[in-house]
Design a protein around this ligand. Structure first.
Ligand SMILES: [Zn+2]
Length: 304
């Protein structure tokens, strides 16, 4: 009340009065203001530090990001370089395929090793986009699958050709043996008379391994009248060999057999007087004298 009066009459005195009268309040206010000021200053100090810290962290992250991006790009570029190498390899395979096709004199048009190769081949001189790289990889993958298929067909054709070459009977159907009965007319071992012996008999003991004389595919494995347990191997080119009187068969129809591979165990099944291997060679349905295929081996130890 006094303060308001003084303020109305003497502003200066009133100010003085108010100052002295309200000192504690003013002190508190001053303290408060100082405190707020102090607080504000502290807040300002903290926020500056924080900003600096955040900026530093930002910088670090930016640096990390940049280095990660660089590394990623580095990897992409390395992959692109690898892609280039793979393309070169694909080109090499294609060239090989072409050469094999030419050497093998395989029909034109059967193989197409001239399809365009994926993406550009001189390697990355600029950064490559990941998408572009993926596309290149996909194309290359498809191309390699294609070349792979063609090469396996080529391989099987060449293998068949090789098979043809080694399909001519040229080895004995049983090891360490001798011929006990030759091809052609002979006295029938069963009750006399002339008979025509369609193969050659080799001495054997029951259980001796009977071997394919050339590469081929088993075309018969079972029992035939007179022959007992018999295996027949188709060698292509019209050649078939027959191995008869076995005690056991160890292959089945459709098996691929290699020259010298065991196909049966010798025995005396069918029309046989004792354990032996009866061996026949057929070409285009005509029986042949096997001797000409067995070369010197076949004649060396003949006892007849
Ligand atoms: Zn015989």
């Amino acid at each position: 009340m006094a303060a308001s009066f003084s303020a109305r009459t003497h502003a200066g005195a009133a100010r003085l009065h108010a100052y002295s009268a309200g000192r504690p309040a003013a002190a508190i206010a001053a303290l408060l203001i100082g405190g707020v000021a102090l607080g504000a200053g502290a807040t300002q100090g903290i926020s500056a530090a924080r900003t600096a810290h955040l900026e530093a962290r930002n910088d670090a992250q930016r640096t990390l990001l940049a280095s990660t991006r660089r590394e990623a790009q580095h990897e992409v570029n390395a992959l692109a370089a690898r892609l280039g190498e793979l393309q070169a390899e694909a080109n090499r395979l294609n060239a090989l395929g072409e050469r094999l096709t030419r050497i093998g004199q395989l029909g034109d048009g059967e193989f197409d090793f001239n399809k365009p190769v994926g993406v550009g081949g001189e390697g990355p001189v600029r950064d490559m986009a990941a998408g572009e790289l993926r596309g290149g990889m996909d194309r290359l993958g498809a191309q390699l699958t294609d070349s792979g298929k063609q090469l396996s067909v080529l391989e099987s054709l060449l293998f068949n050709r090789e098979l043809d070459r080694s399909a001519t009977p040229s080895r004995m159907p049983i090891l360490n043996t001798y011929i006990t009965s030759g091809y052609g007319g002979r006295a029938d071992p069963f009750g006399g008379g002339r008979g025509f012996h369609k193969g050659i008999d080799f001495h054997a003991s029951t259980g001796d391994p009977v071997l394919a004389v050339a590469d081929g595919v088993v075309s018969y494995a079972g029992v035939r009248s007179g022959y007992g347990k018999v295996v027949e191997v188709d060698h292509g080119n019209g050649y078939v060999t027959r191995y008869a009187h076995n005690s056991r068969l160890v292959v089945q129809v459709g098996d691929l057999v290699r020259s010298g591979q065991r196909i049966a165990k010798a025995g005396s099944t069918g029309r046989s007087t004792g354990a032996h291997v009866h061996f026949e060679v057929w070409q285009d349905g005509r029986v042949l004298n096997p001797r000409k295929f067995l070369g010197e081996q076949g004649g060396q130890r003949e006892r007849m």
